[in-house]
Design a protein around this ligand. Structure first.
Ligand code: OSB
Ligand code: MG
Length: 367
């Protein structure tokens, strides 16, 4: 592929309600929508870094800087025969997985559209729908119980509750009392330390499917110390930033479950390598989410068709998060099952009028 143009568009999408986690409360998403134009075809990607580094270290300013100064010029100079080339080609620029992913996803989508095949076909995904769960932000106990009730009634296959110290036992007790049998998980987003081991052990009574990222966002060794002290399996999210890091986590027995976010690993090629590692070792994976717009969400849905994604993902209905999305197709689950968008590439197109309305800036890069 000859790459003719790369557009970096910053959009501001209000959430339907504030999303609160242990690392903060957000009322809107600021996303970087990347468009790659090649030989008359365009493809789309989404960057999941935030304005400030609350989740991992990357920021929108830093990531778009790397795209402008290194990734885009590299694509203009060398083109791309197959998107699988890019991960190793860009390894000379260390880290920055979210920046690399935003562009790589757009190249993949463009490539799949040029070939006239759905993304999932390039990934070896045979499923045409994927099971999904819902991630609920932190809210007072009565609201949380009502929200769980609503999501269970809608057929979601798993419910995940965001927790932090002081915002855990009461909520879990209330939810488990009302729903003794649902598939329930918690996500601490790094809010605990090893000093909380007794508290974390007390979660075993709630029969959680797993506990996601209880300890520091970059830690492996404390998770490895914690894991044998809990009956509840540990799932890592923030800590897992590359295929090598997944191998290290599994070798150390720091986790038994892997949350896959393509932006955290550095792109689809990196996810394919993680998939190989996890399926070889029999480790269950599931597709996480970052409250993406329809572009990132569609990519996630295609990714989750790969056979190693055995647990329900976080790629729930877009309408849970947004009153209106930037894609023409509404990505909606029915009875906890999300259909994979049909058509070439990721199978969605942009709702141009709304996209313009929510755009904060546009920059078009050319050779
Ligand atoms: O830790 O999984 C997380 C959202 C933003 C940042 C981190 C996380 C999340 C979610 C929401 O849990 C998942 C979603 O609905 O997309
Ligand atoms: Mg998480």
């Amino acid at each position: 592929m000859r790459i003719d143009e790369i557009e970096l568009r910053i959009v501001h999408l209000p959430y339907r309600s504030v999303f609160k986690t242990s690392f903060g409360a957000e009322a809107a998403k600021t996303a970087v929508i990347v468009t790659v134009r090649s030989e008359g075809v365009e493809g789309y990607g989404e960057g999941v870094m935030d304005a400030l580094p609350h989740y991992r270290e990357e920021t929108i300013a830093g990531a778009t800087g790397l795209m402008r100064d290194a990734l885009a010029p590299d694509l203009f100079a060398h083109g791309c025969d197959h998107p699988n080339e890019l991960l190793d080609r860009w390894a000379k620029w260390r880290g920055n997985p979210m920046a690399k992913t935003a562009i790589e996803l757009a190249v993949w989508d463009c490539y799949a559209r040029q070939q006239g095949v759905p993304m999932r076909t390039l990934l070896g995904g045979e499923r045409t729908e994927v099971p999904v769960g819902a991630s609920l932000g932190m809210n007072p106990v009565p609201e949380t119980v009502a929200s769980v009730e609503k999501h269970v009634a809608e057929g979601y296959r798993r419910v995940k509750l965001k927790i932090e110290p002081g915002w855990d036992i009461d909520m879990l007790t209330a939810v488990r009392e009302r729903f003794p049998d649902i598939e329930l998980t918690v996500d601490a987003n790094s809010a605990y330390t090893l000093a909380d081991v007794d508290l974390l052990r007390s979660f075993d009574a709630f029969h959680l499917h797993y506990i996601e990222q209880p300890l520091h966002w970059d830690d492996l060794t404390d998770h490895a110390k914690l894991a044998p002290l809990l009956q509840t399996p540990i799932c890592l999210d923030e800590t897992l930033t590359s295929p090598a890091r997944v191998t290290a986590a599994l070798d150390l027995q720091a986790c038994k479950v892997v949350n896959v976010k393509v932006g955290r690993f550095g792109g689809i090629t990196a996810v394919q390598r993680v998939h190989e590692i996890c399926t070889t070792r029999g480790v269950p994976m599931w597709c996480g989410g970052m409250l993406e717009s329809g572009i990132g969400r569609a990519h996630n849905i295609h990714l989750a068709t790969m056979p190693g994604f055995v647990y329900p993902g976080d790629t729930a209905s877009a309408s849970r998060t947004y009153a209106r999305d930037i894609t023409e197709q509404q990505l909606e689950a029915t009875n906890g099952i999300m259909p994979v968008p049909e058509g070439a590439g990721i199978g969605v197109t942009l709702d141009r009028p709304y996209l313009e309305e929510v755009t904060r800036s546009v920059e078009v890069l050319r050779p």
